[in-house]
Design a protein around this ligand. Structure first.
Ligand code: GUN
Length: 280
């Protein structure tokens, strides 16, 4: 049976430690979260971020704008946050309504306040082998979790399924920096199972039930980033946990694996940006 990569346990440990660090700061970091529209899942995510921040003494500001908000208006709001010395970190919750160009919005965030590390400036640093101001939250959380269990990626074949800017793309670079051999698979990949069978580490970020035990070699390390409700309303991930956990060496549960680590990384990023802004 696989060892469970317990994201909740690590979250509790890292956030308890971060809380102590925040208590020692002379002023409190402030995380501003911008939510455009009424997407129910986004509302829950934003609320969870607010709760996590409050629990460790980080101020949070939630800016909820109507779904018809225009791009110019949204950029003006972000400019205000960029120019507000009280605001440490800015996050625009994705997805945005279709009439808004996501890249224009993300790139209006000052890279030194970019809580997600999604601006082209931060991506450029990451993709050119330099250190971004902060690393994107989900990839960072995954690596923190693997580190906690002393899983060394050097020389391993890591197969990532999903090429989003939120997970797959930045994660591929971060894993390459750990000297792994990285393969990125996506919706047009042919013979997916043929590739996943060669994985020492499989990271799936699709949001669909796609990974069965016959697609993996035994002792594979399995990280499930997917989270959705199945036909019965049960929260589950991309991986058939019950069967895959019988052959894998390590596996993340859903919920309780990667999800708590994403929020933890956001809190860490906020404090890292605060320290950077207050170091001189
Ligand atoms: N929507 C889903 N995941 C994320 C994330 O990590 N950051 C932002 N801003 N939006 C998201």
């Amino acid at each position: 049976m696989a060892i469970i990569l317990d994201g909740k346990k690590l979250r509790d440990k890292l956030l308890a430690d971060l809380k102590l660090r925040v208590e020692k700061l002379s002023t409190k970091p402030t995380l501003a979260v911008v939510l455009v529209g009424e997407d129910p899942a986004s509302k829950i995510y934003v609320n969870n971020k607010k709760k996590a921040a409050e629990n460790i003494g980080i101020n949070s500001i939630i800016i909820n704008l109507p779904s018809f908000t225009g791009e110019t208006e949204l950029i003006q709001k972000i400019e205000e946050l960029n120019n507000d010395p009280q605001v440490t970190a800015i996050l625009v919750q994705l997805p945005l309504p279709k009439h808004i160009n996501k890249n224009n919005i993300i790139n209006s965030i000052n890279p030194k306040k970019d809580a997600d590390g999604f601006t082209t400036a931060n991506f450029g640093l990451l993709f050119s082998g330099q250190k971004p101001y902060v690393y994107p939250c989900t990839p960072k959380g995954i690596l923190l979790l693997l580190d906690e269990y002393e899983i060394n990626l050097e020389g391993k074949h890591v197969v990532i399924i999903g090429r989003s800017n939120i997970v797959g793309r930045p994660l591929s670079q971060m894993i390459l920096d750990r000297n792994a051999t990285v393969t990125i698979c996506h919706s047009r990949t042919q013979n997916l199972a043929g590739i996943t069978k060669t994985a020492d580490v499989l990271i799936s970020a699709v949001g669909e039930k796609i990974i069965e035990e016959n697609m993996l070699k035994s002792d594979c390390i399995v990280v499930d980033v997917g989270i959705f409700k199945d036909e019965t309303g049960k929260t589950r991930g991309d991986v058939d946990f019950e069967n895959v956990s019988k052959i894998a060496s390590y596996i993340t549960p859903v919920p309780g694996g990667v999800g708590p680590m994403t929020i933890t990384s956001l809190m860490l990023n906020t404090v890292e940006l605060y320290n950077m802004q207050h170091c001189d």
